[in-house]
Design a binder for this molecule. Structure first.
Ligand SMILES: Cc1cc2nc3c(=O)[nH]c(=O)nc-3n(C[C@H](O)[C@H](O)[C@H](O)COP(=O)(O)O)c2cc1C
Ligand code: SF4
Length: 638
């Protein structure tokens, strides 16, 4: 199944071409059931800029296009309905968040409004009408969002529900809202319509429902025939990072909870979700009886054809999600439409013809120089379209700086992805030449019809810091024992015991290297201009577990600071808050400062008649998502 997730793609509250292309591609790719992202059932339920219109039949014909297209590919279509209760977003809804007892939001610093009897009635009716709209739109069913401490599970949870009327107190009273709700929905949609329920488990949070309580609640709904399936996620608003587990967390996080529900459910189907990732893991969940169904969300964002490739017995062709959260949740976090770091066609299916290729009109000889993400992707796409491609890389292996990222702790999934590229390039008969730096004459003499330069970027070696733009270089850098992240991760550097990592970017480049060094036994201090370590990772939900790991390893954090001078055996640290200076003794300084584009080959070729294209860091040094994007875009245009 392709489980519920907010793709945030609507235009003026309506699903358009972007949504249509996105869902149809997964239906075409073999997803048996698609749970389309939630519609807020009421004006107080609006949560994102991309939310669908609430309480408005205008959505019906637009959704009909999507359900018809996906039905045409054989998928069962379900619509999630949501209201997150006290954790709403007034910046998007311009409404107070409604909740059972007026407790504070864990989405922001706002409080919420305790619903009156009449307001409860209003919400029940809003859910029923949203379900009716889903049926009118051609959906086969709806999924009620009772997960992560949303409105429905707020009524179930004693911590949230402090009511003393018929909606709170005893177990029966706390079940009244969901029971009444489903009754109203059934009255609208009839029996021949799926009603599923999404719940979640967050056992480490004291105030959340524990597993026995959730089992009792799910069994209660199951005994009464209220639900056709239940799907169990991980985490909650109290512990957000477990909802979409980044690579720092174990695989198959959700299935043990699904298994606990399977033990108490007699009628409904049970679905496992959360970090199941691969068909092998899904097989294990089903074969071991943990659940009846499996949802893989990010795995199918990264490869929309995952299900068919698994069915056809070619799992090695599945582009493996790297659990980075960079462009799926990371873009949703910033309220953009979602995409994927390694699959830039996600969200662009309508522009690019899906995650598939049409043959080039005229097959040609293409030379790609540089085997990092941009070069590998450009070569793969060009070869998929029928071109005859040679990929030339100066280093002994493919992957470029992305391979170095894969050597950081717990980032094996990046190396798996590079392995996937090696397999695909071989299958596509791309000629890969490693250890082969090319000079401009060789490029010109190669006689390619098209040349792609994806030569990446390099550390500047200057120690320039964004926080001190008035200095082109770091005073004292010539005293030695200063290394780049790339030198450390490629083992070209031998830093001593005590290391300062100057993390200018607040992302994995610096943080992952600091983690690697700490795991190798170094005493590490991270100095960053940001207000917290891993500032740019907050949007991926990986920053908190990262800081926990670094703390466990004894890494010292120095925030809102810059390196004023390097002394060869320590650094002067400057506070960006009050300009005060302190000294940290260290044997080495490692720089995670901005790289410079590697343009010498492009500059030299520009002096000749050779036509060429550029992609990735050699245009401007950026994160890997843009390199994959530019590689794909260029490959499609050749
Ligand atoms: C961008 C994004 C948005 C999500 N939004 C929702 C949502 O609106 N409703 C929901 O029930 N789950 C949502 N989820 C959680 C997923 O359903 C799923 O539980 C989670 O991604 C873990 O499963 P996976 O490892 O297969 O991706 C979202 C996930 C992602 C990646
Ligand atoms: S952005 Fe990262 S986590 Fe999200 S689907 Fe793509 S590879 Fe997976």
């Amino acid at each position: 199944m392709f489980g519920a997730h907010t793709a945030n793609m609507s235009v003026e509250g309506l699903p358009g071409e972007r949504h249509l292309g996105y869902y149809r591609e997964r239906a075409l790719g073999g997803a048996a059931m698609i749970v389309v992202e939630p519609v807020p059932v009421h004006r107080t339920a609006v949560l994102t800029r991309g939310n669908f219109l609430h309480e408005d039949d205008a959505i019906v014909p637009h959704f009909r296009r999507i359900t018809e297209a996906c039905h045409g590919e054989g998928a069962v279509m379900i619509h999630q309905l949501y209201h997150v209760g006290q954790h709403g977003d007034g910046d998007n809804s311009f409404e107070p968040a409604w909740s059972p007892s007026g407790l504070p939001s864990y989405h922001d610093s706002d409080g919420s409004h305790a619903m009156s009897e009449a307001e409860i009635e209003e919400i029940l009716e809003a859910f029923a009408q949203a379900a009716r709209r889903a049926k009118d739109s051609g959906f086969d069913g709806i999924e009620l969002f009772a997960a992560y401490n949303a409105l429905i599970d707020q009524f179930w949870t004693p911590w949230n529900n402090r009511r003393e009327d018929r909606w709170g107190g005893s177990f029966e009273n706390r079940m009244r809202f969901s029971t009444e709700l489903i009754g109203r929905i059934r009255a609208q949609v009839g029996e021949d319509f799926v009603v599923g329920m999404a719940v979640s488990m967050d056992p480490e949070v004291e105030v959340a429902l524990n597993i026995e309580a959730l089992q009792e609640i799910v069994a209660y709904h199951d005994e009464r025939g209220l639900i056709d399936y239940v799907t169990c996620g991980t985490g909650s608003y109290f512990d957000f990072i477990k909802i979409i587990p980044p690579f720092l967390m174990a695989d198959k996080l959700g299935p043990p909870h699904a298994e606990a529900l399977s033990r108490v459910v007699k009628h409904a189907k049970v679905q496992a979700e959360s970090h199941i990732r691969t068909p092998e893991n899904a097989d294990y969940v089903i074969a071991s009886g943990q659940a009846d169904m499996v949802s893989i969300v990010r795995g199918q964002i990264a490869d929309p054809h995952l299900a068919n490739k698994a069915r056809e017995g070619r799992p090695e062709d599945i582009r493996p999600c790297i659990s980075c959260n960079r462009n799926c949740w990371g873009r949703r976090f910033r309220d953009y439409w979602i995409s994927c770091l390694i699959n830039p066609s996600a969200g662009r299916e309508f522009e690019w013809g899906g995650d598939r290729f049409t043959p080039a009109e005229r097959p040609r000889r293409i030379l790609v120089v540089g085997g990092g993400p941009a070069g590998m992707e450009a070569a793969r796409v060009a070869a998929s379209r029928g071109h005859q491609v040679t990929l030339v890389e100066a280093a002994p292996q493919l992957g470029g700086q992305f391979r170095l990222a894969g050597l950081q702790p717990r980032r094996q999934q990046i190396l798996d992805l590079i392995q996937w590229y090696e397999t695909q390039l071989e299958k596509l008969q791309v000629k890969v030449e490693l250890n082969r730096p090319l000079d401009p004459d060789e490029v010109a003499g190669y006689g390619a019809d098209s040349v792609v330069l994806a030569t990446g970027s390099q550390p500047t070696g200057t120690g320039f810091q964004r926080a001190m733009p008035q200095r082109d270089s770091l005073p004292g850098i010539e005293r030695g024992n200063v290394w780049s992240v790339e030198e450390v991760m490629s083992r070209a550097a031998r830093p001593g015991k005590r290391v300062i990592v100057l993390d200018d970017g607040g992302n994995w480049r610096g943080c992952g290297t600091a983690w690697h060094l700490a795991e190798q036994g170094h005493e590490v201090t991270i100095v960053t201009p940001g207000g917290m370590i891993g500032r740019e990772l907050e949007r991926t939900s990986a920053d908190i577990p990262l800081r926990q790991r670094l703390k466990q390893l004894g890494v010292a954090f120095v925030t809102e600071a810059a390196v004023g001078e390097w002394h060869g055996d320590g650094a002067t640290i400057v506070s960006l808050l009050d300009g005060s200076e302190s000294r940290v003794d260290a044997d080495a300084l490692v720089l995670a400062t901005p790289n410079a584009a590697e343009t010498w080959l492009a500059d030299a070729l520009a002096e000749t008649d050779t036509q060429f294209h550029t992609a990735g860091d050699c245009v401007a040094p950026r994160e890997a998502n843009i390199a994959f994007y530019e590689g794909r875009k260029l490959g499609l245009s050749l």
